[in-house]
Design a binder for this molecule. Structure first.
Ligand code: NOJ
Length: 765
């Protein structure tokens, strides 16, 4: 449908440049940077035609080049935003060409906003968010995202679709890689850190981008772990586990929110006025705009809540979705619906106002163009590469280390480096590899070759393929940048690996998943190693040589057979551009493993969803009629909060300031942590609570409420102190009211969610 530009207001003349003068020779209010944003928004809104308004609410694909169709659409005022998805999004050239058309050749000169998925890096890729969450260092994430902002802004990107704060309890769901794990409190810290990293203190700065918290809401609870699938989340659980991370991002000033694909307890999230308006707008006072996920407005028809596109547009807009990503229901139906009165002008105006507000806040009206040379020196700078290495090392979680086989010392002179992921640099970047170039990525083998030094003799063989085509899912061709991944396992490969192992002191075995088996649409029904990798491991383990397993994965894997036989297991996730160097740093002891899991490792896929902060049953514990599995232990393989170090720590009993706390008081808790080993190491002291007589519903058996990372020298003891207010002890009821109940509480300060003895206190009425 072609937009008809009928002048709503004639004080504006055609733009000659981006600053326009009205008939009196003065700037229009909306063009005047000295005016407050709200005045500018309102001034502009009143000049806009209906078509121009509707145009602001449509996001389309960022074209590869400015052809006649894209230029015409823009000139007609049909486009409010572009979504970058291919290699064009690496220089600002096309963006600036489009921007020139919008600014100079349209009636009001409204700039589009250019969005692209910058999730864990742009040209420099950092570890996946799940990995960085395991560093228990939100500031680290703020730093990686600030560099991602700097690189992507230089490419002409104004807006990214991150953070993804979806709580995930089911590792079959591939997007667990993009979030922070299963704890809402930690998710709040990481979400806010990401917003700060992207938006900075002034989002209009040239090296900042607008953040978008997603996927609102409940997307991570996809049934069966199948992406896009239905979620059933009672309000009580929604308020306590799924909403807080979004609220935290709103409080941190996030300017946009993405509505999700899923149907939430029967109502699709992109047509859900309870979550989008009652909570987000009315309760939290969110002033930015909501963009739908990709075609999720059009998909309201597939959900069966809209009979046709017009219905879908009406439902979504009324519910609170301001901008429609890709599908065209707003563009094609809103004008008629406004004419018929089925959609009100007030609702439309409000959506446009929100979009314009963000564009003004980003400074797009005042600085619409991007420096066309800055990108040439913006990527892969030394500080970015160093940070990708540091972040990867800090994200590694040491799951097992029998007889201190790690770190590798010159005594383990001969190293057999085996496994399909040992020398596959392209897999290191994980599911949102953004603009990574294969030839700029470092494999583990490369990192080891570069830095191991002459004390070690490294021999390499692949052992087997990453997966066997035809037997398991053949990955999609994910990007022009990343070619497909090598040949299937050859007939002698495992045998060759075994003979190499036999002639070595230690095997470093790099195994895991292809990068696109996690991330969007990366659901798995099995959580083991793909292809012949388990077979390879078993054959190597049978040699009796110590096997150090380095796992690269976007999710926790169910690998009890590996736990039984491996000498060491280091979970390295997908570490990013130079991340393999950080992983090698940990293997060789140049860095210490200080990561702790933020996601439970199950023993078997049959245990999932599996998470530490569950409610108790009426029959807790082990034994008959307790609801345990008859065929496997009910406990996880590795619990939330778990991770070893190259030294050992002893946690004393937690101490409290009092065993009776008044409502006006606070809880002072402390613990003595001692480094009982002979290397320096970082302990993570994790504080959990449990409320034992909650009035609105059962409370989790443990809830994380604090943590501290403490570097301790050998033999050193330190008292680690925490302070909780009584507010910190609260939770939401099913209506979203914050409650703090009097009664009995337990408090742990421990090294993971499954250990330690609690202290008790009474919160007095
Ligand atoms: C769909 C994904 O769900 C979302 O996370 C992403 O931001 C959009 N596509 C845009 O690429």
């Amino acid at each position: 449908m072609a937009a008809v530009v009928s002048a709503a207001d004639t004080t504006s003349v055609y733009h000659q440049g981006w600053i326009d003068l009205n008939k009196d020779g003065k700037k229009n209010v909306y063009e005047d940077p000295s005016q407050p944003v709200e005045r500018r928004v309102n001034d502009l809104l009143k000049r806009m035609t209906l078509d121009e308004k509707i145009g602001q609410l449509w996001q389309i694909d960022w074209p590869k080049r400015v052809d006649a169709q894209s230029a015409t659409r823009l000139r007609n005022g049909e486009v409010g935003s572009y979504l970058g998805s291919d290699a064009t999004v690496e220089t600002p050239l096309v963006r600036n060409q489009l921007q020139h058309i919008a600014i100079e050749e349209t009636r009001l000169g409204i700039p589009p906003i250019f969005g692209h998925d910058v999730i864990h890096g742009f040209r420099t890729v950092f570890p996946i968010p799940l990995a960085v969450a395991c560093a228990w260092e939100p500031e680290l994430f703020e730093r990686t995202e600030a560099i991602a902002a700097r690189e992507s802004a230089a490419a002409g990107i104004d807006w990214t679709f991150a953070p993804m704060v979806d709580l995930a309890r089911d590792p079959r769901w591939g997007r667990i890689a993009e979030g922070f794990g299963e704890d809402p409190w930690l998710g709040c810290l990481y979400g806010a850190a990401c917003v700060r990293g992207f938006q900075g203190t002034n989002v209009a700065d040239a090296d900042r981008v607008v953040a978008c918290v997603k996927h609102y809401v409940g997307y991570g609870a996809a049934e069966g772990g199948r992406d896009y699938n239905t979620t059933e989340i009672p309000d009580y659980t929604l308020w306590n586990f799924y909403l807080p991370q979004f609220k935290s991002c709103v409080d941190a000033g996030v300017l946009t929110v993405m509505s999700s694909f899923n149907c939430l307890s029967g109502v699709p999230a992109s047509g859900n006025s309870y979550t989008l308006t009652d909570i987000l707008r009315n309760e939290w006072n969110f002033r930015g705009f909501v963009v739908s996920d990709y075609e999720s407005v059009g998909e309201l028809v597939d959900h069966g809540v809209a009979a046709n596109e017009a219905d879908a547009a009406r439902i979504a807009l009324n519910a609170g979705v301001d901008m429609e990503m890709i599908s065209k229901t707003y563009r094609d139906t809103l004008k008629v619906q406004i004419g018929q009165g089925t959609v009100s002008r007030r609702v439309l105006d409000e959506a446009v106002r929100r979009v314009l507000r963000v564009k003004f806040q980003k400074g797009l009206f005042d600085h619409p163009y991007v420096d066309e040379t800055r990108y040439l020196s913006a990527y892969l700078k030394p500080d970015a590469l160093a940070l990708s290495r540091e972040a990867a090392a800090k994200s590694c979680v040491l799951l097992r280390d029998e007889h201190n086989v790690l770190p590798l010392t010159p005594e383990t002179k001969k190293i057999a480096l085996i496994g399909p992921l040992a020398d596959l640099a392209q897999e290191m970047v994980g599911p949102w590899h953004s603009r990574a170039h294969t030839n700029e990525l470092v494999s583990l083998a490369q990192a080891i070759r570069d830095d191991a030094g002459s004390d070690f003799k490294i021999s390499e063989t692949r052992g087997c393929a990453l997966f066997e085509p035809g037997v398991v899912k053949v990955p999609r061709d994910i990007s022009n940048y990343l070619p497909l991944k090598g040949s299937p396992t050859g007939p002698d490969e495992i045998r060759d690996a075994v003979s190499l192992a036999k002639s070595s002191d230690v095997v470093v075995l790099a195994v895991g998943e292809p990068l696109d088996w996690s991330g969007e649409d990366g659901s798995r029904s099995d959580l083991g190693l793909p292809g012949l990798q388990q077979q390879l491991f078993d054959a190597l383990a049978a040699t009796g040589k110590p096997i150090v397993v380095v796992l690269f994965s976007g999710r926790p894997l169910a690998i009890p057979q590996i736990t039984e036989k491996a000498a060491a297991i280091l979970e390295a996730w997908f570490p990013g551009t130079e991340g393999a160097r950080g992983v090698a740093d940990v293997l060789f002891g140049r860095a210490e493993p200080s990561g702790r899991l933020t996601t439970t490792f199950p023993r078997a896929v049959g245990q999932v969803p599996f998470y530490y902060n569950h409610y108790n049953t009426g029959r807790p514990g082990f034994g008959e009629y307790k609801g345990n599995y008859v065929d496997i232990p009910t406990i996880p393989l590795y619990p939330f909060g778990y991770g070893l170090a190259y030294t050992t720590f002893e946690f004393g009993q937690p101490r409290l300031n009092a065993d009776k706390i008044s409502f006006a008081g606070k809880v002072d808790a402390s613990v003595t942590v001692t480094n009982t080993g002979n290397r320096a190491g970082t302990a993570v002291a994790e504080l959990y609570i449990r409320a034992l007589s909650a009035s609105a519903g059962s409370r989790p058996v443990r809830e994380l409420k604090g943590f501290q990372k403490v570097l301790l020298q050998p033999g050193e003891s330190r008292t680690v102190k925490f302070e909780l207010t009584t507010h910190d002890l609260g939770y939401f009821d099913a209506n979203g009211h914050w409650l703090v109940d009097p009664g009995l509480y337990q408090l742990w300060i421990s090294k993971d969610s499954a250990s330690g003895e609690p202290a008790w206190f009474d919160l007095e009425k």
